[in-house]
Design a protein around this ligand. Structure first.
Ligand code: FHN
Length: 481
């Protein structure tokens, strides 16, 4: 039986509960023909579903997985999916690798089950990376899965398996395509421009093909859009985005797809977000809520320093599950989603390290997902012991403790005008905190919550606030010095 404790506030504390600060308005009146299509956040149901995900899975898989980041006995020092660009990698050797691609142990249903158990609510899957190899039988090129001995449509298998597990599917698409004869980094000659026109048509055809073949798709995650040649296609990309959105109502597209007529990407020349969410947080996280400018955003993160595709020898720091859980909680506490990357091997297997991390994250999510799902920025000052998230639809706050102080208590500054109606452990809601366990500082501006135990994993305490401030408490004399 949970006792209801009405806590007495002394003095008004420093943080004020606030919603996510609104995006900065249109910063100036520069007319843009190909700037953002909308000011402020999308408010439709699909986007609300997107911002409630909390945790997603990224999968980078293609013929590059066959190399495992090695060639001819040498280790490629870069990101494994870029090995074709390595001077030690003969281009024709790479471009014939697809003939060996036959992932006999690929099991999309097993991948989807693992992702579900980890707690992922959406997946972003590489349909085509920069090498141009298509994991679906595109009719616009021969360089596809249909030309391999595996033959089957991998994108279809992934879309169906994940959708059947209740995980929303987003398709990753690289505009960079090293295989297409019309692809150019920049347009220097008339010939370049002529060839690039065919490449633009090819790109548009493939994107419309993907949305036609896989209508379950909830969004497109674009990549490889930084080349000067593409950045100069503001009008073409603007029209193409509108065409794609019309094919699947509610389709979600991020800020990385196109540039405005002045070449500005992610944010147009007026500083307003292009697309539905910011796609700039790659292998990095914002520090404060101000860093996200009131926009929706996702962070995509690798487990090693910088490997998206399968590399058999991870060099440098490999993140632990606690580090990854902290990045996820931090993302949600700043109103974003956290997307963890997996790079299956050439046989179609998820590597043991990723399987272990998925299991450990899943064990934590099994107990604490309420702090992640449907949660967002809480409006509190960032505490030194961890993060605070808030359920979007209730006055419920989640105190996620990562750095449990040696003193055994955590400090909490309450929002002005609020009282505490309940305080209990998320993993055992009969574990209410009693007045003996929660003391007011003499300054009256914060509470000390004595933890019931020193947690071995990130601990979540649920704080339910009420609008009833209660009577003022004991006023202590200030020290005379
Ligand atoms: O060049 C790609 C890289 O290979 C990987 O796909 C990441 C994932 O977001 N995106 C680009 C680097 O920013």
């Amino acid at each position: 039986m949970r006792k209801l404790f009405l806590w007495i506030l002394i003095g008004m504390s420093v943080a004020a509960t606030a919603q996510v600060p609104p995006a900065a308005p249109h910063r100036s009146s520069i007319y843009l023909k190909y700037g953002t299509h909308r000011l402020g956040q999308r408010q439709d149901a699909m986007m609300e579903r997107w911002r409630n995900y909390g945790l997603g899975q990224f999968i980078h898989w293609g013929v590059y997985a066959l190399t495992g980041g090695h060639w001819n006995g040498k280790i490629y020092p870069g990101a494994a999916e870029w090995i074709r660009s390595w001077k030690e990698m003969p281009k024709d050797a790479y471009d014939n690798l697809y003939k060996e691609f036959n992932p006999s142990q690929f099991d999309a249903k097993a991948w989807a089950r693992q992702a579900k158990e980890m707690g992922a609510r959406y997946v972003i899957f590489t349909t085509k990376h920069h090498d141009g190899f298509c994991m679906w039988p595109s009719k616009y090129t021969n360089y596809t899965i249909a030309a391999t001995s595996y033959k089957k449509d991998i994108v279809k298998e992934v879309v169906e398996a994940y959708t059947n597990e209740g995980i929303d599917v987003y398709l990753y698409f690289s505009v960079i395509d090293w295989n297409h004869p019309g692809y150019r980094v920049s347009l220097k000659t008339a010939e370049d421009k002529k060839e690039y026109e065919s490449f633009k048509t090819f790109t548009a055809n493939q994107l419309k093909e993907l949305l036609t073949l896989y209508p379950q798709t909830k969004g497109l995650w674009f990549d490889g859009t930084w080349d000067a040649a593409w950045v100069q296609q503001a009008g073409f990309a603007d029209s193409l985005e509108k065409e794609l959105r019309a094919m699947i109502p509610g389709l979600i597209i991020g800020s990385r797809f196109r540039a405005d007529e002045y070449g500005r990407r992610h944010f147009d020349t007026n500083g307003d977000l292009m697309g539905d969410y910011e796609q700039g947080w790659e292998r990095k996280l914002p520090n404060t809520i101000e860093d996200v400018h009131g926009n929706d955003w996702d962070c995509v993160m690798t487990i090693p320093e910088n490997q998206w595709g399968y590399h058999s020898k991870w060099l440098g720091h490999v993140k632990t599950s606690t580090e990854l859980i902290e990045m996820m909680v931090r993302s949600v506490s700043l109103a974003g989603n956290f997307v963890l990357n997996f790079g299956p091997d050439g046989k179609g297997l998820i590597r043991p390290e990723e399987t272990r991390l998925a299991k450990e994250i899943g064990q934590w999510m099994k107990v604490n997902a309420a702090a992640i799902y449907d949660a967002t920025y809480a409006g509190f000052e960032k505490p030194e012991w961890g993060y605070i998230t808030k359920n979007r639809n209730a006055e419920k706050y989640y105190l996620v403790v990562f750095n449990s102080p040696v003193k055994g208590a955590i400090n909490l500054k309450l929002p002005a005008g609020k009282g505490i109606s309940k305080l209990y452990d998320l993993d055992n809601n009969s574990n209410s905190y009693t007045p003996e366990e929660v003391h007011k500082s003499s300054s009256g501006s914060e509470f000390y919550i004595h933890l019931k135990s020193q947690p071995a994993t990130p601990k979540v305490i649920v704080l339910e606030l009420s609008d009833n401030e209660g009577k003022s408490g004991v006023q202590y004399e200030k020290a005379k010095t």
